[in-house]
Design a protein around this ligand. Structure first.
Ligand code: NAP
Length: 306
């Protein structure tokens, strides 16, 4: 058996592994009565997660950049799916989304923060912040902190991080130059934003400790989705081939976040990082409590100034 086949076939303590799909990790679960809010529901891993979780009976509140995009996707997730606009780069849109979700007056059982952008070729600013940091982290920070008291007693927050969190600058979150006035590279900036997602999950887990509510982060694997849209043409051209040989499929890519979101084995588990549907070790910086607390304070300051 080849090494690749061995890695793909390996299963961890959870009984699931690299090749498990979202359908497999949720098999036999009855999620009726659960409300699951998902960002980026119209594409890739978000769409697949919503599709599978709704098939298991969950009511999906599907968030996308526009109501139209959310509505088109939600048409596939059952009659009770609720489309809501949430443009993460626009604080007004995120705040309106928070109000719309709260207005449903239903406890949120899962807040799956899945939306994201990757590797913008040029340094781009949104409200004075680097665009990936703002979209991937600050937008979700506003959403999650706005919905904390709407979480159900055992509500789970799941942040989409990435193995690429280790691409962040050598210092981790570069507080002295958060928006890359110097040294911008697409991967470093993406890495910083994904490190922020992970640090935020852990900082949130500390705040939720003892409440029954949890926060975790996941790396979904490497999957050929629309996430690569900003990558150089040459990379995009070979992605389907690389995908056929070595990447995860979208159903496999959605498995880890679905596992963290609803599997009974994860009940009460908080402040952890999951990959291939199992707990995994993340980078030194991602485990730096002081860095996570500083990020929280800086994020609050950024949001307060918007
Ligand atoms: N694919 C991978 O290999 C991989 C690896 C590690 C981590 N991840 C993470 O997995 C998550 C899902 O990515 P994916 O692979 O499924 O990518 P995708 O197919 O590109 O989906 C990303 C989703 O995020 C939405 N989005 C982007 N910018 C947004 C904004 N400003 N406001 C609201 N929504 C926005 C997109 O909406 P539009 O379609 O309207 O732009 C889309 O629904 C991301 O957080 C990504 O960082 C993916």
């Amino acid at each position: 058996m080849s090494l690749v086949a061995l890695i793909k076939g390996r299963r961890g303590e959870s009984g699931f592994g690299y090749a498990s799909t979202a359908a497999e990790v949720t098999e036999g679960l009855d999620l009726s009565g659960r409300t699951i809010v998902i960002t980026g529901v119209n594409s890739g891993l978000g769409y697949e997660s919503a599709r599978v979780l709704s098939q298991r009976g969950a009511r999906v509140v599907g968030l996308a950049r526009t109501t139209e995009k959310a509505a088109v996707a939600c048409a596939d997730f059952g009659a009770d799916a609720v489309p809501v606009a949430c443009e993460l780069s626009d604080p007004q849109s995120v705040r309106a989304c928070v109000e719309a979700v709260r207005a449903l007056q239903t406890p949120v059982d899962v807040l799956l923060c899945n939306a994201g952008i990757m590797a913008l070729p040029e340094r781009t600013l949104i409200h004075g912040q680097e665009a990936q940091f703002f979209t991937n982290h600050i937008g979700h920070f506003i959403l999650v902190t706005g919905l904390l008291d709407a979480l159900s007693d055992e509500g789970r927050v799941v942040m989409l991080s990435s193995g690429a969190h280790s691409w962040a600058p050598d210092v981790g979150i570069h507080f002295d130059d958060l928006s890359f006035e110097s040294g911008y590279t697409p991967n470093k900036a993406y890495g910083q934003s994904k490190l922020a997602n992970l640090l935020f999950a852990r900082a949130l887990a500390r705040r939720l400790a003892g409440s029954g509510k949890t926060a975790n982060a996941v790396h979904p694997g490497v999957i050929n989705t629309n996430l690569g849209r900003h990558m150089p043409l040459a990379v995009r051209a070979i992605a389907p081939i690389a995908s056929a040989i070595g990447f995860k499929s979208i159903p496999q890519g959605a498995a880890t976040q679905c596992y963290a979101a609803v599997h009974p084995a994860v009940a009460g588990v908080s402040g952890e990082y999951f990959a291939d549907c199992n707990q995994a070790r993340s980078s030194r910086h991602s485990r730096d409590e002081a860095m996570g607390e500083r990020l929280w304070t800086v994020s609050e300051e950024i949001v307060a100034a918007l």
